[in-house]
Design a protein around this ligand. Structure first.
Ligand SMILES: NC(=O)c1ccc[n+]([C@@H]2O[C@H](COP(=O)([O-])OP(=O)(O)OC[C@H]3O[C@@H](n4cnc5c(N)ncnc54)[C@H](OP(=O)(O)O)[C@@H]3O)[C@@H](O)[C@H]2O)c1
Length: 243
């Protein structure tokens, strides 16, 4: 029976790269999206053309309990098994103190922290059955002081910490690990100028910005590493070494 992976926020960018690699390795895929329905459906179509009935896409807003619960129900119904949950969906934008509002809180905490917790809660039984895997995508910026992003950093710090508590609580049946990307892509709908890229690279010991494939490689390593749980792999070209 082919294994099934659910990748939240999977229609674009890093999520799409994770999905493409998993599918190339024989996995069946549940593509979660919120606004990017068109891109999710295109990806679903492309994967199903390669291998029939190997992909479905499911829309849900992870800022709300209703959205999270519908994603749980529809995902369980899709292939009747889940072997891997990648908590990748993330709202990311500055929340300078004085401008923190409840809508931003709900969106950022919802996608980065609340959804991962409730998805794990809802998928516990089905992941136990499959001796499954959870991979949380956190952020290497947790290793430095990242101002103006209080809500995002609170969410990612929570996600990183629960990677350990969940790993212990869900062992021996389910492994839980995290990947913490450094500078990979500019925020959605933004671009980095040549000079910005050079400035970012100059702060990184390996002297370059990362690629989606760098994150994918860490995820594929964790999937096959059956004796690793509760760990975070930082994929930031050594940026954290500079403090
Ligand atoms: N890019 C980087 O350099 C970098 C650096 C550090 C950490 N990371 C982490 O790596 C992961 C992937 O990064 P990325 O840049 O590829 O992510 P992204 O493009 O910023 O976001 C991924 C997806 O998350 C979904 N999403 C956001 N808010 C949501 C909500 N409230 N409900 C449901 N879905 C929601 C969006 O789906 P729709 O488009 O369908 O709305 C979006 O396409 C994220 O967890 C990010 O925090 C990335």
């Amino acid at each position: 029976m082919k294994k099934v992976a659910l990748i939240t926020g999977g229609s674009l960018r890093i999520g799409k790269a994770i999905i493409t690699e998993l599918h190339d390795n024989g996995w069946r895929i549940i593509i979660h999206y919120r606004n990017s329905q068109k891109q999710a459906e295109q990806l679903e179509k492309r994967l199903n053309k390669k291998r029939a009935e190997s992909a479905v896409c499911i829309g849900a807003d992870l800022s709300s309990h209703e959205g999270i619960n519908s994603l749980i129900q529809e995902s369980i119904g899709a292939f009747k098994r889940i072997d891997l949950l990648v908590n990748n969906a993330s709202s990311f934008y500055p929340t300078p103190v004085g401008n923190i509002e409840i809508n931003g809180w709900n969106e950022i905490i919802g996608s980065n922290l609340m959804a991962p917790i409730f998805l794990v809660n809802g998928f516990r039984e089905i992941l136990e059955k499959s001796k499954g895997n959870i991979i949380n995508i956190t952020d290497a910026n947790l290793n430095r002081v990242f101002t103006n992003h209080t809500v995002y950093i609170a969410a990612k710090a929570g996600l990183e910490k629960i990677t350990q508590t969940l790993a212990k609580e869900l062992a021996p049946h389910i492994r839980v690990n995290a990947v913490a990307p450094g500078a990979i892509l500019p925020p959605p709908n933004k671009t980095w100028s040549k000079s910005t890229e050079e400035k970012i690279a100059s702060a990184i010991p390996l002297n370059k910005i990362g690629k989606e494939s760098d994150i994918v490689n860490a995820i594929m390593f964790l999937i096959k590493s059956e004796y690793i749980t509760g760990q975070t792999i930082t994929v930031d070209g050594g940026r954290s070494l500079n403090g």
